[in-house]
Design a protein around this ligand. Structure first.
Ligand code: SF4
Length: 424
């Protein structure tokens, strides 16, 4: 929640006007990213250096019990630390030592900063170097901030991946690097499609194991799988890698354009591309078609939350023939989203940032059929008779690629069907 209320229309972008908002925001902080990242990097551990509030947030978001030996935990900063009475560094070192003695399976330890660690100015980058010297080379120790100040929840993944970039090995090889956490099943499907196109050397960031960090260099071409990775992309560009501009792999069309961008960058001819993708894309089209009767013509309003809003608005408009009233995004990265914006129908109102009360007023006035929003807004809107879909589900559910296009459509069809059943 930040800032004072302000609203303006930005006409500086030649393509389309954007409603820019500055006011109270309703978003989760970057710690939330730990929930899907700890599943992805299987020998990593995320140690949040934060308060009991931070611990509650990730425990409740993860829905796991504290004794379940998960791959994340919170080192609690208590009142003594906040008052400067204890040396938080000594306490942190003791917690890490105890953790690594008990869990020899941990190969990569992230110290994750929070609002409280930033308030007491605990320097986690120095702590990571100090602990890395003590526990390396068996355990690599890195740090990033998941603090909630001026952030949204998907920025946690961006900060985590950006922290990995400086430690990626160097390479001269001309390789494709897919950047952004994808479910293993989706990653395997993409790897098969790239192989069928003849792009043999494909790496993924983040990797499944800490020892399998993908190499990077001036001949690396990277393809973003998620639209919220601005810092990671910048760090990769500083290592000489070049981004392949593309829409994002949501829906059949998005997936085809995303794969085709990589195919063009690696000189794959059109016939080979078609042969490699036609069966899977046809399967995707058929599974999307099942949900069209429930979705065509329905009106959607997207609140700014996951930063997936613009690719989603493009997918539902073009492949599901839904009418998007407003697509809000916390931040609009014009360069990374240029291909998405070019595909978005002109009728969609774009907004960046949030002044939540005004946005709620616009949403209520529009009475959309489906509202995509954060958890904090969903219950009040449901109580007002609106049908909602939690945007965080889009990060926990495999939605990218041809074989998930139908599942993505179903995510929006399901709450509509539920609402219809409740009404009878
Ligand atoms: S990092 Fe900040 S916003 Fe996130 S749970 Fe902790 S105190 Fe709250």
């Amino acid at each position: 929640m930040t800032g004072t209320a302000a609203l303006s229309v930005d006409l500086s972008t030649a393509e389309r006007p954007i409603l820019r908002q500055r006011g109270q925001r309703e978003v989760f902080c970057g710690l939330t990213g730990i929930i899907w990242l700890h599943r992805k990097i299987q020998d990593a551990f995320f140690l949040v250096v934060g308060s009991r509030t931070c611990a509650h947030l990730i425990q409740s978001a993860a829905g796991v019990m504290i004794f379940a030996e998960p791959r994340f935990a919170t080192a609690i900063i208590d009142e003594r630390d906040l008052a400067g009475l204890a040396d938080a560094n000594d306490e942190l070192d003791a917690v890490v030592t105890q953790l690594l003695q008990r869990r020899p399976d941990i190969k990569l330890l992230f110290l994750v900063g929070s609002c409280p660690s930033e308030v007491i100015k605990l320097d986690l980058s120095r702590a990571a170097v100090r602990l890395g010297q003590r526990f390396g080379p068996d355990v690599r120790v890195l740090n990033y901030s998941g603090s909630g100040i001026e952030t949204t929840f998907t920025q946690g993944e961006d900060a985590c991946l950006a922290a990995l970039v400086p430690v990626l090995p160097e390479t001269d090889a001309a390789e494709l690097l897919v950047v952004g956490a994808l479910a293993d099943v989706v990653e395997d499907q993409f790897a098969r499609l790239f192989a069928a196109m003849g792009i043999g050397r494909v790496r993924f960031l983040p990797p499944r194991q800490a020892a399998a960090l993908p190499p990077v260099g001036a001949n690396t071409r990277f393809l973003l799988a998620q639209p919220f990775l601005a810092d990671t992309a910048r760090a990769l560009e500083q290592r000489g890698a070049v981004r392949i501009a593309a829409p994002f792999p949501l829906g059949v069309e998005g997936t085809t354009l995303w794969l085709r961008a990589a195919a063009s960058a690696f000189g794959v001819d059109e016939l080979r591309f078609q042969t490699a993708t036609e069966l899977a894309s046809e399967r995707g089209r058929r599974s999307v078609a099942q949900y069209l009767p429930q979705l065509v013509g329905k009106r959607m309003f997207l609140f700014p939350d996951s930063q997936l809003e613009i690719p989603l608005a493009r997918f539902v408009s073009r492949e599901l023939a839904m009418q998007v009233i407003e697509a809000g995004t916390p931040y609009l990265h014009r360069q990374h989203l240029a291909e998405e914006l070019a595909l978005l129908p002109d009728s969609v109102v774009l907004s960046e940032g949030q002044d939540v009360e005004r946005q709620l007023d616009r949403c209520r006035a529009a009475r959309p059929d489906v509202v995509v929003c954060g958890l904090g807004l969903a219950n009040p809107l449901e109580a007002e008779g609106l049908t909602t879909k939690w945007s965080i589900e889009l990060l926990f559910t495999p939605v990218q690629g041809y074989d998930q296009a139908g599942d993505l459509a179903e995510l929006f069809a399901r709450p509509l069907v539920r609402r219809t059943r409740l009404a009878v």
